[in-house]
Design a protein. Structure first.
Length: 202
């Protein structure tokens, strides 16, 4: 009798759905990675020229542009390149609203069960690709729409600044790199994608 009762209890436990303790953890890790990414550089460009042996450095974060952008704007003015603050101006304004919203959406599948809730992580998955496409589009637009009334506009042909790696214009060479914030955003996107797939398969 005792053996039969024990077998029944084992059978009942086996019939219970198995918990997936890592599911919520992956969404939480993606949330932590994305929040950290917002505080770090996403893209940097360094300009080197005869007048600036130490180089000029401009850093683009998720919310702002920092570094030597005033000096770069002063140089760009002569060739008719648009001020850096005007590049992706609308996107940066929306970032203060959309950034926290995208991050907080990762917490929805942590507290809400079901496959539909996991879709709240899709903006995080898409964010790195959107950043690259948007930045590339703005660089191409700015470099190919120089002000024809600028002092040196006739001496510089339209060009597309480098999104990644070496580049240059006039007497300046440039080096563009993606920053640690962008790398963390990719990590967050990968974790979110992993979590979504796991949730949809459960």
């Amino acid at each position: 009798m005792a053996h039969a009762t024990q077998r029944n209890m084992i059978g009942q436990r086996a019939a219970l759905p198995q918990a997936r303790p890592g599911g919520a953890a992956r969404f939480l890790l993606a949330f932590a990675a994305l929040v950290a990414a917002f505080a770090l550089p996403w893209w940097t460009i360094t300009m080197n020229g005869p007048q600036y042996p130490g180089g000029l450095h401009v850093t683009t974060g998720f919310f702002s542009v920092s570094g030597d952008w005033h000096e770069v704007d002063g140089l760009n003015h002569y060739i008719g390149f648009m001020p850096l603050a005007q590049i992706a101006h609308v996107e940066r304004q929306l970032a203060f609203l959309l950034g926290p919203a995208i991050a907080l959406a990762l917490l929805i599948p942590v507290f809400v069960k079901g496959r539909l809730a996991a879709l709240a992580a899709l903006p995080t998955i898409a964010l790195p690709a959107f950043f690259v496409v948007d930045l590339a589009a703005w660089l191409a637009y700015a470099g190919n729409h120089l002000d024809p009334h600028a002092a040196l506009s006739s001496s510089i042909a339209p060009w597309t600044p480098s999104l990644f790696g070496p580049g240059g214009v006039g007497q300046f060479t440039t080096m563009s790199l993606f920053g640690s914030g962008f790398i963390l955003a990719i990590v967050a996107a990968a974790l979110a994608a992993w979590a979504v797939v796991a949730r949809l398969r459960s």
